[in-house]
Write a protein that binds this ligand. Sequence first.
Ligand code: ADP
Ligand code: ZN
Ligand code: ZN
Length: 717
Amino acid sequence: MKKISVLLAANIPGPYDYLVSDDLDIKFGFFVRVPFRNKELIGIIWDDSSENIEKSKLKEIIEYYPSFKLSETIIDFIKFFSRYNFTSLGKTLKLFIPQTYLIEDIKTLKKYKIDKKKIGNINITNARQSVLDLFEEPSNLFSSSEIIKTAKVSPSVIKKLIEEEVLISVDLVSQQSFIKVEHKKFNLNTDQSIAAKNIISSMGDKNFKRFLIDGVTGSGKTEVYFEAIEEALKRNKQSLILLPEISLTESLFERIKIRFGFEPSLWHSDLSKTKRRKIWQDVYYNNAKLVIGARSSLFLPFKDLGLIVVDEEHDNSYKQQEGIIYQARDMAISLGSFERVPVVMVSATPSLETVLNIKEGKYKNLSLPERIGKASLPDINFIDMRDEEYIKNQWISEKLKTEIQKTLGRKEQSLIFLNRRGYAPVTLCKSCGYRLECPKCDSYLVEHKYNPKLICHQCGFSIKPIASCSECNSKDSLVACGPGIERITDEILKNFPEARIATLSSDNAKDTNIVLKDMRNGLVDILIGTQIISKGHHFPLLTCVGVIDADLGMANGDLRAAERTYQLLHQVSGRTGREKRPGKAFLQTYFPAHPVIKSLVSSQKENFQEAELKTRKINNLPPYGKLASIILSDTDSLRLIKFCKIMKAAIPFSKEIIVLGPVPAPITKVRGRVRYRFLLKTNKAVNLQKYIEFWINIIKKPSSIRLTVDIDPYYFL
Ligand code: ADP
Ligand code: ZN
Ligand code: ZN
């Protein structure tokens, strides 16, 4: 028996030492299954362990998987990922191998052909002759069960013939090997060709580069990266397209089928076990040439990656908030540099991080300034709500109503946007002033009418609608305050009774595909929705977009509030006028002079970027400075406050790092846990991770307290 060390794919430290038999030639990176406490866990062979245990006390591995290993590149990426995101190596490894069945051999239906040259070497029995008769036509292929049935022989006959190499198994190649590239493509315009050439010329071993395809919606960005993917396919390399949300994959999937003539592999959490394993192994063997998916597709075992595309790179959904906290766009860029392949970011409203990287020459900008064909840019206007007459329980201005009416008259479509689910965000008691709150969170219960409930949007807690106030017991004293999209839908129904209306939010997400299809086919006149309808969709007849509360996201107070609002409103406005008919967008606002509204209305993206970058620079905020949060939570607030004081007293001295806090999080209580946070600020060059590690290691944390480190935080509530 010899000693090997194994990194377990689990949230436990390690690596640990195990034993294998001496004759097993076991190598770094290969998968093994081992006993751990009273469980069995999966892991990979690691280079060293810190353990120093006598051989006699070590356990033996259970299984060695000689077919599957992680490449050294991927292992380097795992080490980096774990260090950067402040998460253990084992937890990071688990991202790559979330289930053991992924590395179980697929029982494929093997087929056999015959090797005529070998027949002379063997004894021909009667049984063997009947097998050979089957293969008279040399191109015939049979599975072993077919041979058994037709030639009426026993399995051992077949086994022997395989051993004698008379029967040879044939690889049934996966679908993507039959690729016909250039299935159907457009002639790229000049800007598109230049952009594509830039990316293609950077492909190759030592030449990787980062790009941004920056162009308004409908400027042909997707076709540009398709061109680069085509080149990767020709070189027999794999491509990965990351999308912020899985709901966006469907239309891309269809476009890829038309463009390339094959179906890409779609990676998401809802796949069946068999499908998941098939895709994982296709990626492993380089049978899957093109993968599309959300964040988790970064952790597939690519055999020969050639290109990474991050579509809608600015989208905040790339920031994973639950469990292991990481920014998938940033991790895609790192993966690209480990793999030495180009990374192509795509956006109409690039993140300020990316804009600064372009200014500093780290990324190359490929700009597509014009929309394809006759489509012109939408005409964006504001509606100054201070000039509108205030009418109780009415949120759609007269101006916007007139525009919707005109659009109906032209038999075109309108889209009304409000980023708030449900009927009303707050329910107030007229008698005592109490607002209905979630018992577990510092958050109001939101009234929903389609599925009658009062729901907490923080934790999902819900109760049936109530008739009397839970504080003072007054009857019929509860009033709904403010609008959600269900209430806006009521207002639309009242004003446009003849129109065909649909509403979409994550509450009826299961209807998304049907509603979007109806919208595309002109079966809906007015679509009302939350941000679920803001992205990616292409509705030929849509010419009027109305935003009910353009100021909504701005009050959020976090550092990216303005940036996010700009991106969202730009995206929503960009849904209109995507074909020959000119489109208009109307933003209802109380602050028409706000830089976000001003640059949207004047279509001057650069003005906004410049102004916002300047503010960030003055305050040394990202993308100039660097931030990290430490979030502490406990069910007992006194115990938590006491621990926060201990942490504060232990803050290590540093000239370069400022530690702010602890302060209660703005939504202090969530799911019954009270949350406090520290914010760390520094210049880009300083290693915050090391500092935090040092700090945390000098204090002893009670087990009731949860401590989370969020590097480059996006969420501050
Ligand atoms: P974006 O990704 O910038 O929103 P798309 O790539 O989706 O833009 O292109 C917008 C529309 O124009 C699509 O319907 C696409 O098929 C079409 N298109 C793109 N490039 C060309 C081209 N060179 N010639 C003709 N049509 C094109
Ligand atoms: Zn009351
Ligand atoms: Zn709650």
